[in-house]
Design a protein around this ligand. Structure first.
Ligand code: ZN
Ligand code: ZN
Length: 338
């Protein structure tokens, strides 16, 4: 089968490899569509995390092709979206209800260093990680379940309620997914804060108020009819994101950080203490949140059509990564298809 591997020179190339056979409790999925994630772009630059030979791709849907032993729930031909981790279910973090921090999250990641990812014709996955797609969710849409689940987890992490005014900092894919998750959960008082004109317009296209960071927190409040956000989601992935988010917040507010940056970010800890701001990170999702993403798509609560900006053959992986890394991309989600 064809698979896109990272070369020793960190270039993505299509190679031939054996598809493998599913072991006990596993299935082989023929990949239909696999989205390129910001974390894939990042990992391409990180040989420690994704050594040469790694096949990336963790946002995907496809068709069950082959069952390993002991798999009763699925049938060949089932259309599925795959949760790309295998939560152990027994570590303290899993038991406490936070499987997204499971001790084996890194070693079980499909599309990480230890398990082949979905930029390939087929992939072996744990049967328990495959979720059958309802008829109302299209094949390509199935590849959006994972990033939408990221947005849902971010919203859940805020422990907020739909009446509250909220702000989303950053209009890249993560900011869009958080906005869509907020709307799907019934939030309507949302302001998006984004410096780039194109991305700001894209957020506005989702039906929310938008401002630029340079306009200051007053502009965001004005956009919320005078309300000060109780919750701000930093989805910028930029070192200025956390401080921009902090300025927007009401005292006692919650700051949820989803966009990570490896560069140091300045942060006003005086303000944090004085106003008793709560800050937390949010990563991945639980199984319930993954299922919730499917339910929102099935019910038409997420306008997925605009999210997929291109569908391309696997052979165009390198070119697509370069385009997404480049400044000023107008792409949202590029899906690769074998
Ligand atoms: Zn992702
Ligand atoms: Zn665990």
């Amino acid at each position: 089968m064809r698979a896109v591997e990272i070369g020793a020179d960190r270039i993505l190339r299509t190679t031939e490899r054996e598809p493998g056979r599913p072991g006990e409790g596993e299935i082989r999925v023929e990949v239909g569509h696999a989205g390129i994630c910001g974390s894939d772009l990042h990992n391409l630059q990180m040989p420690d995390y994704a050594p040469a030979g790694t096949v990336l791709g963790h946002e995907f849907s496809g068709i069950v092709a082959e069952l390993g032993t002991g798999v009763g729930r699925l049938r060949p031909g089932d259309r599925v979206a795959v949760l790309p981790f295998d939560f152990c279910g027994v570590c303290a973090r899993c038991v406490s209800g936070s499987p997204q921090t499971c001790v084996q999250i890194r070693t079980t990641k499909i599309g990480g260093a230890f398990r082949q990812g979905a930029f390939a014709e087929s992939v072996i996955v744990p049967a328990a990680s495959a979720y059958v797609l309802p008829d109302s969710v299209g094949d390509a849409e199935g590849a959006l379940v994972e990033p939408i689940a990221v947005g849902i987890h971010g919203v859940a992490a805020a422990e907020s309620s739909p009446e509250e005014p909220v702000a989303v900092v950053g209009g890249g894919p993560v900011g869009v997914m958080v906005t869509l998750a907020l709307q799907a959960r019934g939030f309507s008082r949302i302001v998006g804060v984004e410096p780039n004109r194109f991305r700001r317009d894209r957020l506005a296209g989702l039906g929310i108020a938008v401002t630029a960071p340079d306009d200051g927190p007053e502009a965001a409040r004005e956009a919320l009819a005078g309300a000060v956000p109780n919750v701000v989601f930093d989805c910028s992935g930029h070192p200025t994101g956390p401080s921009t988010a902090l300025e927007l917040l009401e005292p006692l507010g919650r700051l949820v950080v989803l966009g990570s940056t490896v560069r140091p970010a300045p942060f006003d800890f005086y303000r944090l203490v004085r106003d008793e701001i709560r800050v937390r990170g949010a990563v991945c999702y639980t199984r319930e949140e993954f299922k919730e993403a499917i339910e929102h798509l099935a019910a038409g609560r997420i306008p997925s059509g605009d999210l997929i900006t291109d569908i391309r053959d696997l052979d165009r992986a390198q070119e697509s990564f370069e385009e997404l890394i480049g400044n000023g991309t107008t792409q949202m989600k590029i899906l690769l298809t074998p």
